[in-house]
Design a protein around this ligand. Structure first.
Ligand code: HEC
Length: 153
């Protein structure tokens, strides 16, 4: 602005500066939006390429991955008070007296525990309300472990 006022050529014809300043302001405005857009795209791409999950899922351990998840969400009700117990590997593999095994090694999707976690079996989805149901990525860890042979590893 100041620069233009000191410029004798432009002062004689003020109309000339309008498109220049207009374009400058327009670009300034766009730059702001561009930043937002880039920010948004970077955020999205981070979402799609979360490496932690994939590395983690390569080799699922019962002791380190599965048992802690069961302890946190299931053991309160599935301890040693009859019915399904998830307290130990052996308890979990024994299943229930009425429904039999809940884990079928190498068949994650077909295992009853996965159907209960997804809400695809009769009765309540596990863990029942008011607890939050497990999201898919968490259930995927159980499926992976079962598909890898449901080992006591
Ligand atoms: C608040 C108590 C509670 C919690 C927490 C809970 N459950 Fe259950 N669960 C039940 C009850 C009650 C039943 C039997 C009724 C039904 O199937 O809806 C059951 C049934 C099941 C069954 C079917 C067993 C059978 O004998 O038929 C499976 C498998 C199961 N739960 C897995 C889980 C898993 C895995 C978790 C943790 C993510 C969990 N539950 C958390 C109360 C609970």
């Amino acid at each position: 602005m100041l620069q233009w006022q000191e410029d004798g050529n432009n002062r004689s014809n003020p109309r000339q500066k309008s498109p220049g300043i207009g374009a400058f302001l327009f670009l300034l405005g766009m730059r702001k939006h561009l930043k937002l857009l880039i920010f948004f795209l970077v955020g999205c791409s981070d979402f799609g390429t979360n490496p932690k999950e994939e590395v983690f899922l390569d080799d699922v351990s019962f002791a380190e991955d599965i048992q802690p998840m069961l302890n946190a969400s299931c053991i309160n009700c599935h301890g040693n008070n009859g019915g399904l117990s998830v307290r130990t590997y052996d308890n979990l593999m024994k299943g229930t007296s009425n429904n039999g095994p809940v884990v079928i090694p190498n068949n994650g999707i077909g295992s009853f525990i996965v159907k209960k976690l997804k809400g695809n079996a009769s009765g309540d989805r596990m863990p029942p309300e008011p607890a939050n149901p497990w999201d898919d990525s968490k259930i995927e860890i159980i499926i992976k472990w079962i598909d890898q042979g449901a080992k006591n590893n």
